[in-house]
Design a protein around this ligand. Sequence first.
Ligand code: FES
Length: 105
Amino acid sequence: MEKNIIWHKVLDNKNDLPEGRVMTVTAGHKGICLVHYKNKFCTLDNKCPHQGGPLGEGSIEKGMIRCPWHGWDFHPCGGSAEGFDDDLASYELKIEGEAIYVGLE
Ligand code: FES
């Protein structure tokens, strides 16, 4: 069955998120952590699986996203924290012109 995806514009200009940085964006009513890492943009659930810390307020340290609350590390484009198996959801993303869109089902 085809997925019903609704695209939300989350950033007007992708240059507003420099390489190696993360930010919180909103798609619909959902907070999403937007990542720019190694020339790639990707998305993660903005809630840290530990206690729900806002990953979009975190930073990238040594190639991992660090949660601002207690410092758990996550792979920037999805996958588990090191040594833990809490997988973070990620969302569809597309770039049109300069704008970034996130697709939610
Ligand atoms: S809430 Fe993210 S490390 Fe605790």
